[in-house]
Design a binder for this molecule. Structure first.
Ligand SMILES: Cc1cc2nc3c(=O)[nH]c(=O)nc-3n(C[C@H](O)[C@H](O)[C@H](O)COP(=O)(O)OP(=O)(O)OC[C@H]3O[C@@H](n4cnc5c(N)ncnc54)[C@H](O)[C@@H]3O)c2cc1C
Length: 311
């Protein structure tokens, strides 16, 4: 566990929050306490922090914007290291290559590359979260995903060693990458994009932002973590992935509610937590949804959100 000596060795410009409430760091606004949350404002402080924690065998978890997480009410035993630049995008351009820090918001990356006439990340418009979180989970929308444009990634091992890992080595799959098993912290990524007309990309971005405004909950006022379940794998190579939301609606879940957790009226695959909700309410609602689809269709739904802690 973290002790006074280690705390004193941490870089001066990190914020150390003792007994941090994870509901303050997740878009579900749920979750109990962790012993310490160390908020790293830049790559250097992140590397130093993780190297120190690794050297002392302190267990830690990395969080970006917390937009794909459900943290248990009982909280976590581990230290949480936060790497999220809500107001400080770090993106540099060299020809068609884009270097972006892991803590830049994905939506900022989309906006800045569009302004530069490089495409096409407009599908990322309005997706909450950091580039690190989006690459680790291969976030995507409208048939495109982060892994498509990744040339390489600067990774930091738990023991503080840096590696440049190619996109091919990251084993991108639907909403997953090899990092889900191996761990490793994404410091930055190199993307290769092609020149594209700015005007058409801006229009596409506006179209997508409007679609999200009208069809998805706004997580700032309706706490949520986006789609709860993964879409359904095709049964043959010719089929397309089918929306989990369709099966959920057909299974009649739209009015399901557990405590303060309920389904967003316009999207059966999105759970919203109202002010009295607990993480356990959300978890139990997901169990009821899985059961309803199993009873109606005979297959299992798998969660897209990541669960941390005991449920
Ligand atoms: C309203 C709403 C809409 C959404 N729409 C979409 C969508 O269209 N498509 C989609 O794919 N997702 C969507 N999401 C889910 C979420 O925004 C994405 O999964 C996002 O990429 C998660 O990034 P994050 O920084 O919040 O990660 P977090 O939730 O903080 O973490 C998720 C995982 O990534 C890991 N991680 C975080 N940072 C790093 C890092 N630097 N290095 C290594 N691992 C890291 C964490 O350890 C954890 O395992 C939506 C969420 C909301 C709330």
């Amino acid at each position: 566990m973290i002790d006074e000596i280690l705390l004193k060795k941490l870089p001066r410009h990190v914020s150390i929050i003792s007994k941090a409430k994870l509901s303050d760091y997740t878009t579900f606004q749920l979750g109990g306490y962790c012993p310490f949350l160390i908020d790293c404002p830049d790559e250097e402080s992140l590397v130093q922090t993780i190297t120190l924690l690794g050297a002392q065998s302190v267990e830690f978890l990395v969080i970006g914007q917390g937009s794909n997480l459900l943290v248990a009410d009982a909280g976590l035993q581990q230290v949480v290291v936060r790497y999220c630049a809500e107001n400080a995008a770090d993106v540099t351009f060299e020809g068609n290559l884009v270097r972006v820090s892991g803590h830049t918001l994905v939506d900022d990356l989309a906006r800045l590359t569009i302004e530069k006439g490089l495409g096409d990340l407009s599908y990322c418009s309005g997706i909450p979260g950091t580039v690190g979180g989006a690459i680790a989970g291969n976030a995507g929308a409208f048939g495109q995903q982060m892994g498509d444009a990744i040339e390489s990634v600067q990774l930091l091992d738990v023991d503080g060693r840096r590696h440049e890992v190619s996109g091919a080595e990251l084993g991108f799959e639907y909403r997953s990458s090899i990092l889900k098993q191996t761990g490793g912290v994404i410091l930055s990524a190199l993307l290769r994009l092609q020149p594209k007309e700015i005007r058409s990309m801006k229009m596409e971005r506006e179209r997508i932002l409007e679609l999200r405004r009208t069809k998805h909950p706004d997580w700032r006022t309706m706490p949520c973590a986006g789609s709860v379940f993964r879409n359904i794998e095709p049964t043959s190579a010719a089929d397309r992935r089918q929306a989990a939301g369709w099966f959920l609606e057909e299974a009649g879940v739209k009015d399901f509610r557990v405590g303060g957790a309920y389904l967003f009226e316009k999207h059966a695959n999105m759970i919203v937590a109202d002010s009295g909700a607990t993480a356990q309410d959300v978890f139990e609602l997901t169990e009821k949804m899985i059961e309803a689809v199993r009873d109606r269709f005979g297959f299992e739904l798998y969660r897209e959100i990541t669960l941390w802690g005991k449920f």
